[in-house]
Design a protein around this ligand. Structure first.
Ligand code: 13P
Length: 248
């Protein structure tokens, strides 16, 4: 089954509204007409409304980096899936390793967010990945299987994208080799095949994330089970994200 490529920029906690405006305008000019690949940008919450205005009329898609576990009510400081849709988002990233590590998000919390976001009508990019310690202890596949199985408990995977982001490769410049990444991507697809008895394991996009850049994207994208990227640092500059998307 052929799967469309998805190149997603996760800006993390970078860019004031004015910086976002400059970056998005440059991306719309360079990438706004591309239709054979999905291009997604995930700015910080504060820049979502402005980004939504600027991308109108282009093919660039908009997502958020996190959402609440509840859809409204007394949850000070939280942002719900329906608020994200209201502001123009089509996607949300859930379970990024930075959320798991710094904000103590468990698989159960991630499952709850995923369920709520999908019910609200968002597409979910569910992030999984092992730490260096997990890898050195030969625990990679166990960790990935647990994160996928628990994260997707009682969930229809139709509007879910998986992002494999080895924690040791995020922001370190130490990218997984295409062979290392492909082995885990194939394992993820097999795990999905075990969980879902329809053909969704074949149609689900599985992205690689962790120091992806214009120099290594081609090797990673040549792997049969790698359908795109979730890109941090290299998505923060018009030139590098343009270059990366063009080569993908
Ligand atoms: P870097 O591309 O900066 O390594 O970040 C990857 C990432 O965490 C994307 O979600």
């Amino acid at each position: 089954m052929s799967r469309k490529s998805l190149l997603a920029g996760n800006w993390k906690m970078n860019n004031l509204i004015a910086d976002s405006e400059t970056l998005v305008k440059g991306l719309v000019a360079n990438l706004g007409n591309i239709t054979d690949k999905d291009i997604l940008i995930c700015p910080p919450f504060m820049s979502i409304a402005k980004t939504s205005e600027i991308i109108k009329g282009s093919h660039i898609k908009l997502g958020a980096q996190n959402c609440a576990t509840e859809d409204n009510g007394a949850y000070t400081g939280e942002v719900s899936p329906s608020m994200l849709i209201d502001a123009g988002c089509e996607y949300v990233i859930i379970g990024h390793s930075e959320r798991r590590e710094y904000y103590k998000e468990t698989d159960a919390i991630i499952n709850k967010k995923t369920n709520l976001a999908l019910s609200a009508g968002l597409k979910v990019i569910l992030c999984v990945g092992e730490t260096l310690e997990d890898r050195e202890l030969d625990n990679t596949f166990n960790i990935i299987e647990r994160q996928i199985t628990e994260g997707l408990k009682n969930i229809d995977v139709t509007n879910v994208i998986i992002a494999y982001e080895p924690v040791w490769a995020i922001g370190t410049g130490k990218v997984a080799t295409p062979e290392e990444a492909e082995a885990v991507h194939a394992f993820i697809r097999q795990t999905l095949a075990n969980l879902y008895k329809n053909d969704s394991s074949q149609s689900t996009q599985i992205l690689y994330g962790g120091s992806m850049n214009p120099g290594n994207v081609e090797g990673l994208m040549s792997c049969p089970n790698i359908d795109g990227g979730l890109i941090g640092g290299a998505s923060l500059k018009v030139d590098s994200f343009t270059d990366l998307v063009t080569k993908a």
